[in-house]
Design a protein around this ligand. Structure first.
Ligand code: PMP
Length: 393
């Protein structure tokens, strides 16, 4: 047995899939034109498959803040938060996030992935139980694995199924943590947070909500799904990332528990990796300031989301359960999904192709995502491109 023999299955499926598309595995954004356009395969293409919900990566104020930070503080910190990698701006951003989210404590991590890894691997241990939504992000699963906690999944957004598990497990663990997301990244649907909060209280459990896709997107002030559903004070741990609506790199966990601070000493993904660069932190700080000052960005994002959702619905595509900046378009057969994805690219539109096992129910889906930076004309172009591949759905 060679080391690489274990990748045989991946190798075979890559070979299988390469008959449908050469470019699928080699998409390179050759030139970045703006938050909504890039050159792909030599052609100017509308980007409709990013997590760039608010157009922050190209906002002049964010670029200026990042450049200034590089000039004044250098390109990288060369150290972990625990050692020489905590700069004044990391601490400032932690305070700003706490203030924005109305939580007492915030820890900034190098990515959203490491935020989940750090929190879940440390906060709960082998005598505890995590009950998570089956569609939760890989970083939540990986954090649980790293910490050795017992993990139970409940059916996606199924509150009855969650209660069944809570009932069965409530006397069998030291503590129970329920982990869900705000807006789910594949189907673009919201967690039923109000009902989940009621259960959390009834069973004396803790609640962690990963608002990666809902920060800046949901809630009157952009604080996420918990704000939208009026349950912020009931969320024990809020996780988030800078890599989507803030257009940077980094992650955080916010909580009212003072002892959250102890994670800085106990959590390996905090202690043993370099901190986010000054440029990333400065860009995130500026973006956070902008999303608070410009609620119209959120309004614009939702106008675009609703427009594309209604266009795709009119064309009878099988799409996600509710209008959302993330719109999955389902295909029963993988070859047809590939043909559709290629067809969209030929028509100058890039979306994400998501294949099983990453998809929730084993079907292939083309995942569209909208941005406040898309113009109405761009959204109509995306819709027209879908019209041209309608026969494949
Ligand atoms: N949580 C969720 C729900 C996500 O979708 C993602 C990114 N796709 C992450 C965490 C990880 O965030 P980051 O890109 O900052 O590592």
């Amino acid at each position: 047995m060679g080391l690489f023999d274990k990748f045989k299955r991946i190798e075979n499926s890559l070979k299988d899939l390469s008959q449908y598309s050469d470019s699928f595995f080699n998409v390179v954004l050759e030139q970045i034109i703006s938050s909504t356009e890039a050159v792909i395969n030599g052609k100017t293409t509308i980007l409709a498959g990013t997590n760039n919900y608010l157009g922050m990566p190209h906002r002049k104020e964010c670029i200026d803040a990042a450049c200034q930070a590089i000039k004044e503080q250098g390109t990288g910190t060369t150290g972990s938060r625990m050692a020489n990698g905590t700069y004044a701006i990391h601490v400032e951003l932690e305070k700003e996030l706490s203030h924005f989210l109305n939580k007492k404590h915030t820890i900034v991590f190098t990515t959203g992935y490491s935020a989940n890894l750090a929190v879940l691997s440390t906060l709960v241990g082998p005598k505890d139980v995590v009950i998570l939504d089956a569609d939760c992000h890989a970083s939540i699963y990986d954090g649980c694995k790293l910490g050795g906690v017992q993990v139970y999944r409940f059916k996606h957004n199924d509150v009855e199924d969650l209660e069944k598990r809570l009932k069965r497990l409530s006397n069998k663990a030291d503590s129970i943590l329920i982990a869900v997301e705000g807006l789910y990244s594949m189907l673009g649907d919201r967690a039923p947070l109000k009902e989940i909060v009621a259960l959390k209280k009834g069973y004396n459990a803790y609640l962690l909500v990963d608002e990666a896709h809902s920060l800046g997107v949901l809630g009157k002030n952009g604080r996420g799904l918990a704000e939208e559903q009026g349950v912020e004070s009931e969320v024990d741990f809020v996780i988030g990332t800078f890599s989507k609506s803030l257009g940077s790199i980094g992650g955080y966990c916010s909580s009212d528990y003072e002892k959250l601070e102890l994670l800085r000493f106990a959590s390996r993904p905090y202690v043993f990796t370099a901190s986010s660069s000054p440029a990333n932190i400065a860009a995130a700080q500026k973006a956070l300031e902008i999303i608070q000052k410009e609620p119209q960005l959120r309004t614009r994002l939702w106008e675009n989301a609703k427009l594309l959702y209604s266009r795709l619905k009119e064309m009878s595509f099988t799409i996600g359960p509710e209008p959302s900046p993330i719109i999955p378009v389902r295909f029963k057969e993988i070859p047809r999904a590939f043909a559709a994805w290629n067809g969209l690219l030929e028509n100058g539109v890039y979306v994400n192709m998501v294949l099983p096992p990453a998809t929730p129910d084993g079907t292939a889906l083309l995942r569209c995502s909208l941005s406040a930076a898309h113009t109405t004309e761009q959204v109509e172009s995306i819709a027209r491109a879908f019209e041209s591949i309608k026969n494949l759905a």
